[in-house]
Design a protein around this ligand. Structure first.
Ligand code: CO
Length: 500
């Protein structure tokens, strides 16, 4: 086979794998939206069957042979090389993990989830401790099997944020911590105390959905290539750039509960709808990393969706749609409420300032757990001390503390940092967008979102995995990742809101 034919044959195999993955994705989506409860068991079996099929295709002798041959070819173009390199990264990691190990980890993770649910319900960490110890042993073993240069934690971060390391993250997160802790203290003692109760009301779900769809359609979410449905947890899932779905949940008294999460998920969806269909099935049709993905959701949800220009455009529509309570609330006051900052126990309920402290806490703990410098049995004590230090709060129980997140119970270690990376990338990208697009915020205030979306498409979305996160950030912003743009953004925004 010549190069061209070999590459086509290989690409077809990738496409087949990807289509199977889309089918699994659709089954998952259905499971969380419309599936009747009694369908759960059979559905899990169907998904497991398909997952085994995908695994067999990805590790077949023929697939491996073609991949290895293509790796040796010198005359591939840059895009073809990038595809081969990225698939190889994935493939060689999987190859290093013995089948029995993968099975054991999968079992420990699904058991872990059930045990965690019970432990959280009873707010008793001791019930979860033995399983968490087991999971950490397995994750440390995974790191040994995969290999790493400095910290075993690096081998785990790599799954979610390829090529990122703890050594690179530590100084950036430290700088952020040193900035945020005193800022949160200052905000706490400010006289400005926006009252959320003023924007409470009675918002019928159907009306909320209609309004949310208007907002996301206006910023560029294509409803011909996507849907908005209801699920317990908001998420975004894609089967193809022409079929990208998001979900939300509703609170009839609090409109922002739904709206902000819809804008967040729409930010993820805009990334997926911006992937080039011709790259579907290859790494060039995939997002760079979870951190870069999260940068898109945070950029739209927070930097744009909680800004004055954004609401200058949308607030009149909001007041018209829901005259009670908004006709009596000024745009200024609404803006303050939307951006109110308050330390809280629960990460998922945190605002954009305190959120990162929740992540820094988890990052510091995870790193030490995996490196073995702290022990699982001491976790509640360590957790509570850090919450006191970072957020100034006394944790009342394990459910509101160390047991609140699902991630560790499912063996997801190295995932948390991507949330804060998302905030940092978002601020750095947005700073570059403002540099490149004249009068960006004035345009946003007139409802012109196209220039920003076009910029994100051209600079980020269409590239897929062609650049690494580090290469892309340098290329687009002229600098490596730093906390500086985020710190500048937060400082300027919140010093005005809280007059500090
Ligand atoms: Co997100």
């Amino acid at each position: 086979m010549n190069n061209k034919d070999l590459f086509i044959s290989f690409k077809n195999k990738l496409m087949e794998i990807h289509r199977l993955q889309s089918a699994v994705g659709l089954l998952h989506w259905d499971m969380q939206t419309y599936m009747p409860p009694a369908g759960a068991r059979e559905r899990s079996d169907t998904i497991a069957t398909l997952a085994a099929l995908i695994h067999d295709k990805f590790t077949s002798v023929k697939f491996e042979k073609e991949l290895k041959t293509l790796r040796q070819k010198q005359d591939l173009n840059a895009r073809e090389k990038s595809i081969i390199n990225e698939v190889w990264r994935d493939f060689s990691r999987q190859k290093k993990l013995p089948r029995d190990f993968v099975k054991e980890l999968a079992r420990a993770s699904s058991e872990g989830h059930a045990i965690w649910v019970e432990a959280r319900k009873k707010s008793n960490f001791k019930l979860f401790q033995p399983q968490l110890e087991k999971l950490i042993q397995l994750k440390r073993k995974e790191a040994q099997l995969v290999g790493f240069k400095e910290s075993p934690y690096d081998a785990l971060i790599d799954v979610f944020e390829p090529r990122m390391t703890a050594a690179e993250l530590s100084p950036i997160f430290y700088e952020l911590r040193e900035f945020l802790v005193p800022l949160v203290k200052k905000i706490r003692s400010s006289k400005v105390k926006p009252k959320k109760s003023l924007i409470r009301g009675d918002f019928p779900i159907a009306e909320q959905k209609k309004f949310s769809e208007k907002v996301i359609a206006k910023i560029g979410f294509n409803l011909e290539r996507g849907r908005l449905d209801t699920a317990v947890h908001p998420f975004c899932i894609q089967f193809h750039p022409h079929d990208v779905r998001i979900t939300t949940r509703y609170n009839t008294e609090d409109l922002l509960y739904c709206l902000t999460s819809v804008i967040h998920e729409a930010g993820h969806a805009l990334y997926e709808q911006g992937i080039l269909p011709e790259n579907f099935g290859t790494p060039l049709g995939e997002s760079i990393s979870l951190g870069v993905h999260e940068s898109q959701s945070r950029l739209w949800e927070n930097i744009v969706g909680r800004s004055i220009p954004f609401w200058q455009f949308f607030y009149p529509l909001l007041q018209k749609t829901f005259p009670t309570p908004f006709s009596k609330v000024s745009l200024r006051y609404f803006y303050q409420v939307v951006n109110s900052v308050k330390s809280s126990f629960i990460r998922t309920e945190a605002d954009e300032v305190t959120y990162n402290l929740h992540i820094i806490l988890r990052f510091e703990i995870e790193k030490e757990l995996i490196e073995g410098s702290i022990e699982v049995k001491d976790l509640p004590k360590i957790w509570n001390a850090k919450v006191k230090e970072l957020l100034g709060l006394n944790v009342p129980n394990d459910a509101k503390g160390v047991l609140q997140d699902v991630h560790w119970s499912e063996g997801l270690f190295g995932y948390f940092p991507t949330y804060t990376l998302g905030n940092l990338y978002a601020a750095q990208f947005y700073e570059a967008a403002k540099r490149d697009i004249p009068k960006l915020e004035e345009r946003i205030s007139r409802g012109h979102f196209q220039p920003l979306l076009k910029w994100l498409r051209e600079n980020i979305h269409i590239h897929g995995k062609f650049y690494s996160a580090d290469e892309l950030v340098r290329k687009v912003t002229g600098k490596p990742l730093t906390a500086e743009p985020f710190i500048k953004y937060i400082k300027s925004k919140y010093s005005k809101i809280y007059r500090i």
